[in-house]
Design a protein. Structure first.
Length: 265
């Protein structure tokens, strides 16, 4: 074949395009498991960070398995059976009506305390923003939070991923004193009280995006968490249950095999 002909040039170019495309496809396929693992590890890190546990990516799986005791999906105040939180595409769910939304939830235990970890997803000035927020067992008090973004303005909206911003959320409340959902507002010019934090100077749109993200995402958990918190409060700790010592006049019924004792209420 004449290597100087147009047909040779076209055939050579076509072969090279096919070969390069095939190699790129193989490389992408080979890297998919590792990429998926990196995403999981980063999620584990951020979930743990919301309960003030900082670990490296290599340590994230072991720490996650140690501190995360429940992985749930919530819809309309109920647990959806047979679903894992990592199956949920949060970017799609937050666009749905509240009653149709499936909400991933993680339950952590640390130092004898229970925390509810909620993933967040919203929009900033130039693209998506996201994060995690943890609540104490009263379902209202914020224990920790962290946020990140794709393309917010450096030095302005991008500052949402800095500790000086997200540490403000600690000990704020998403419910008012009557137990009504209020969320937390990122307020320009200075926040005050249990439901506000200071906004970022020059980052008004991103600050408003965090406010909207919190209100939109947290609303899907309120009914479930309030019910679970109320049930917890009604349980009487074992050490507070008073049991009289039996006397000779007392008759103690011993359950027969196959029977169970009534629960102490």
């Amino acid at each position: 074949m004449d290597t100087n002909s147009n047909s040779y040039t076209f055939i050579f170019s076509a072969v090279m395009v096919i070969v390069v495309a095939a190699l790129l496809s193989l490389a992408a396929t080979a890297l998919q498991p590792r990429q998926a693992e990196n995403v999981r590890q980063e999620s584990w890190q951020n979930i743990l960070k919301s309960v003030n546990i900082d670990v490296s990516r290599a340590e994230s799986e072991e720490a996650y398995n140690k501190f995360i005791v429940e992985e749930l999906v919530i819809q309309n105040g109920q647990v959806v059976e047979g679903m894992h939180p990592l199956e949920i595409v949060l970017a799609d769910e937050v666009k749905k009506p509240l009653e149709d939304r499936k909400n991933p939830l993680y339950v952590a235990e640390k130092d004898g305390e229970t925390f509810f970890v909620i993933p967040l997803r919203g929009g900033g000035l130039w693209g998506p923003i996201w994060g995690f927020i943890s609540l104490k067992k009263d379902a209202s008090t914020i224990y920790g939070a962290n946020f990140d973004h794709k393309s917010e303005t450096p030095g302005l909206g991008a500052e949402i991923n800095q500790s000086f911003f997200y540490n403000q959320f600690q000990d704020k409340n998403i419910l008012n004193e009557e137990g009504v959902f209020k969320s937390v507002e990122v307020k320009k010019g200075g926040g005050s009280g249990p439901h506000q934090v200071d906004g970022i100077s020059g980052g008004t749109v991103t600050s408003d995006g965090v406010t909207d993200m919190l209100k939109n995402c947290l609303a899907g958990y309120v009914d479930y968490l309030k019910a679970r918190s109320s049930k917890h409060d009604q349980e009487l700790p074992v050490e507070e249950i008073e049991v009289d010592d039996p006397t000779e006049d007392d008759q103690i019924d011993i359950p027969q095999s196959g029977e169970s004792e009534e629960e102490v209420v």
